[in-house]
Design a protein around this ligand. Sequence first.
Ligand SMILES: [Zn+2]
Length: 81
Amino acid sequence: MIKIDQDKLISILNKKWEYRICPMCGSGDWIVSDKIFELREFNNEYINKYDLPIQPLVTITCKECGNTVLINPLVLDLLSK
Ligand SMILES: [Zn+2]
């Protein structure tokens, strides 16, 4: 399982987001995941095949309401090489 540098992500978000509240509930308490999830492109041609186009995503979830923001770790250079 590949994990990201959570401290680096939080540092980047603090600079880029500064203090952002949740647009759904107004809370400012977020949970930053250290795990990477996958979002696949849906296409009938790919069902039951293994060569799916996949986007890696890190979740940032509001502690109050569960609203979740998805960040691409490739853009922020968070994947270990
Ligand atoms: Zn919220």
